[in-house]
Design a protein around this ligand. Structure first.
Ligand SMILES: *Cc1c(COP(=O)(O)O)cnc(C)c1O
Length: 440
């Protein structure tokens, strides 16, 4: 008798194998429908969240692969489980490709997320209550760089640096003065809502002066770094962390990179067994796929188009009466200050969503409103660039955003329904012309 369920009647297959060979639509229609609706949302709306992207079908396929089933605690060649031959193949490829992509000597590709990669660095290098420096959340830093509600702020002693009021750029003299005063063990550069080029060599000089380890969390800009559209944190930074799902366009995950052998044992031990158990091998496989994509010559072109598109969007927003924090952008992202329009970030996010433009409210430097309300929105071009938008489309998007915001300025939180309707139809035209997963 055949043991292949596909040759049996469905009743027989079901009685033998109650679930494992069903496709998702059969096994779980509710979740299948939500996934279908999510695909339609990604197709029909314009994604402007700066930390999101549209991963390739190859990345999605690896993420959904049979490596989901595999335990591979340990590292290639040194596992705590049998059957790791192919896990070793994918992890070794992921490591080698990450090192080649970013030009460094060592990589750990196991962190499950951006937060965990940073936790691993803290666990490896700091003791509880040690002092470290990071960019203030209000100036565009990340939660894991010392927010009081995050472990980094609860168990360690964060000292923050920020941007100058006059030009909203990071004040390197103030960074140096703060470092001299507080003598941090670790200095973090990198953030989530800073649209200007990071001066890694200036951070290096400050770290050397006070004897601190220098960490760059390049999560937002790693795709630009990979494609040569932002200077590399290497060789200036001792350790570099990055999420892989933002401008890098891979699966949701994190990586840690470094050059000095002395960090190898502490960092690897911190990821496993310090923080994590079995790595998500399906995601490690997808990271390897994404790194290969980013090594291909056309990714350079992508990275430069992301920046060119961000400049076009920022210029269009300014021409249409909206202020860009720091007066523009050097990377994939920008903060729009809505103060002069007397519109909150919260209302703008909702109004734009009604018009099928997806973004997030975001505090601006020296914001007087709470993080739940805010005076700004953050916009980014990685996802739109992936679907094929160029400067012309992003100039149009800037105009559409300004129309929605002007409707909110005129009518309050409910906005101008007629304007929003008209914007929606122009968004629909753009989305139809530039489909997501066109062959899905
Ligand atoms: C997104 C981000 C993280 C956290 O990543 P998660 O995967 O959401 O945990 C950490 N640092 C920076 C700078 C980020 O932008």
């Amino acid at each position: 008798m055949s043991t292949n369920p596909s040759t049996l009647t469905s009743e027989a297959a079901n009685s033998m194998d109650p679930f494992w060979n069903d496709d998702l639509a059969t096994a779980d229609p509710e979740i299948a429908a939500a996934i279908g609706n999510e695909l339609a949302r990604q197709q029909d709306k314009i994604e402007l969240i700066a930390s999101e992207n549209i991963a390739s079908k190859a990345v999605l396929e690896a993420t959904g692969s049979v490596f989901t089933n595999k335990y591979a605690e340990g590292y290639p060649g040194k596992r705590y489980y049998g059957g790791c031959d192919y896990a070793d193949v994918v992890e070794t490829l992921a490591i080698d490709r990450a090192k080649e992509l970013f030009g460094c000597s060592f990589a750990n590709v196991q962190p499950n997320s951006g937060s965990q990669m940073n936790q691993a660095v803290f666990l490896a290098l700091l003791q509880p209550s040690d002092t470290f420096m990071g960019l203030d959340l209000n100036s565009g830093g990340h939660l894991t760089h010392g927010s009081p509600v995050n472990m980094s702020g609860k168990w360690f002693n964060p000292v923050s640096y920020g941007v100058r009021a006059e030009d909203e750029l990071i004040d390197m003299d103030a960074v140096a003065a703060t470092a001299r005063e507080h003598q941090p063990k670790l200095i973090i550069c990198g953030g989530t809502a800073y649209s200007r080029t990071w001066d890694f060599s200036a951070f290096r000089a400050i770290a050397d002066e006070v004897g601190a380890i220098l960490l760059c969390d390049m999560s937002h800009i790693s795709g630009l770094v990979a494609g040569g559209a932002h200077p590399s944190p290497f060789p200036h930074c001792d350790i570099v962390t990055s999420t892989t799902h933002k401008s890098l366009r891979g699966p949701r995950s994190g990586i840690i990179l470094w050059n000095d052998e002395k960090f190898t044992k502490p960092l690897n031990m911190a990821v496993f067994p310090g923080l994590q158990g079995g790595p998500l091998m399906h995601v490690v496989a997808a990271k390897a796929v994404a790194f290969r994509e980013a090594l291909a010559p056309d990714f350079k072109d992508y990275a430069h188009r992301v920046v060119e598109n961000a400049r076009a969007l920022a210029a269009s927003l300014e021409e249409n009466g909206l202020r860009i924090v720091s007066g523009g952008t050097d990377n994939h992202s920008m903060l729009v200050d809505l103060t002069a329009k007397d519109v909150t970030g919260k209302d703008a996010e909702k109004g734009l969503d009604r018009a099928w433009l997806t973004c997030n409210k975001n505090g601006i430097p020296f914001d007087t409103r709470s993080p739940f309300v805010t005076s700004g929105i953050r916009l980014g071009t990685p996802a739109g660039t992936t679907r094929g938008f160029g400067p012309a489309e992003f100039r149009t998007i800037g105009k559409l955003i300004a129309e929605v915001v002007d409707g909110l300025a005129k009518n309050g939180a409910e906005g101008d329904a007629q304007v929003e309707e008209s914007v929606r139809s122009r968004v629909a035209d753009l989305c139809t012309a530039f489909p997501v997963y066109p062959n899905a």
